[in-house]
Design a protein around this ligand. Structure first.
Ligand code: PLP
Length: 359
């Protein structure tokens, strides 16, 4: 029996996709072998790879002057790869600090150049996003980096920053594909796959063509976006199975009605969960209402001695992985695309039942 999985990542995948992958695991489309066993340069895998890219382009309406790269190393490697490609030999960049993931990006980029923290949510204890009128952007920045959704803190931008002619760089790991976005507002978007895209082992980079070919002279060949783009993300052997499975997810998203349909479903889910938290005496979410994440909903119980019994009861009811990140404690429900509204209904019902017993 499949449980309701609220894991932040690797996260729940659509059951229909896993079933399809299972059905063709040993014999992909009558070829008598698994997709995992094919050359990445074969006509068969090329068709899988190209279809995945096209479906992602369709879903996000990616303009033709953007390249889509399927890379390895996770979003964390992008923390270095971005400055190595965009900072130049001795450049600087503006970063916005909204939590743990943006701080990791800042720390890594600082190894390669001057990083100006143009705004920080620290002054709000990371419970709110500083408005753009408080940002101190610098003239010399090669790009502006921000984290549209902080997976751990549960803080999400519901607006796109205005940065003039500077390339806007966004870590969309935990928000990509949750609703439509205007890709043309960005210079570069990156996202670790293991939430809304597919299994781990893959990071997707969507980069405007004019940003290619600017890598630092010491940038490793494997990390040069130009090399990846020129080689169709196959400079070396790519993670073929993760790429294939992500392609199945993109097909599934199209069948669901695309990102407008995802937006409606995700909006309904987040409304229900935050309404339940706000209406209760036992549970709280500290985030400024306008900045609350749709995908990652952290909440605390009034008495943390209740955390253990809460989690044990949840697990008994098939509600898995609700424990908050070790750095913040409490609970966190990640409600990505593949988490159905029925999972939120079950969680809300359990929260009410638990509050009746312990509130
Ligand atoms: N950025 C964000 C917003 C994340 O949520 C995560 C992982 O959860 C990462 C970066 C790191 O991703 P990876 O483990 O793929 O390196």
């Amino acid at each position: 029996k499949r449980m309701f999985n609220f894991c932040a990542g690797p996260a729940a995948l659509p059951e229909a996709v896993l079933q399809k992958a299972q059905a063709e695991l040993l014999d992909w489309q009558g070829r008598g072998l698994s997709v995992m066993e094919m050359s990445h340069r074969s006509a068969e895998f090329t068709s899988v790879a190209e279809r995945a890219e096209q479906d992602l382009r369709d879903l996000l309406s990616i303009p033709s002057d953007y390249r889509v790269l399927f890379l390895q190393g996770g979003a964390s490697q992008q923390f270095a790869q971005i400055p190595l490609n965009l900072l130049g030999e001795d450049g600087s960049a503006d970063y916005i600090d909204t939590g743990i993931w943006s701080r990791k990006a800042i720390e890594e980029a600082s190894r390669y150049g001057h990083i100006n923290v143009a705004a920080s949510a620290k002054e709000y204890d990371y419970f709110a996003i500083p408005g753009q009128n408080q940002w101190q952007l610098s003239d010399e920045a090669a790009y502006v980096h921000y984290t549209p959704n902080e997976t751990i803190g549960g803080l999400e931008f519901n607006w796109i920053p205005e940065v003039g002619d500077k390339p806007l760089v966004a870590d969309m790991s935990s928000t990509i594909l949750s609703r439509p976005i205007d890709v043309s507002r960005f210079g570069l978007i990156y996202a670790g796959a293991q939430k809304n895209i597919g299994p781990s082992g893959l990071v997707v980079v969507i980069v405007r063509e004019d940003l290619l070919g600017k890598a630092h002279s010491k940038c490793p060949t494997m990390l040069d976006y130009r090399v990846a783009a020129d080689n169709g993300s196959m400079y070396n052997t790519p993670p073929t199975f993760a790429w294939y499975l992500s392609g199945l997810i993109f097909q599934w998203l199209k069948e669901q009605g695309g990102l407008e349909a995802m937006e409606r479903a995700n909006d309904a889910k987040q409304r229900k969960l935050y309404a339940a938290i706000d209406a209760s005496e036992l549970y709280t979410n500290p985030i400024n209402v306008a900045d609350r994440s749709w995908m990652n909903v952290p909440f605390r119980l009034a008495d943390d001695r209740l955390d253990k019994p809460f989690l044990a009861g949840a697990e008994e009811r098939g509600l898995l992985n609700l424990k908050g990140h070790r750095s913040v404690g409490g609970m966190r429900a990640s409600i990505y695309n593949a988490v159905p509204e029925a999972a939120v209904d079950a969680l809300v019902a359990y929260m009410a039942e638990f509050e009746k017993q312990h509130g």
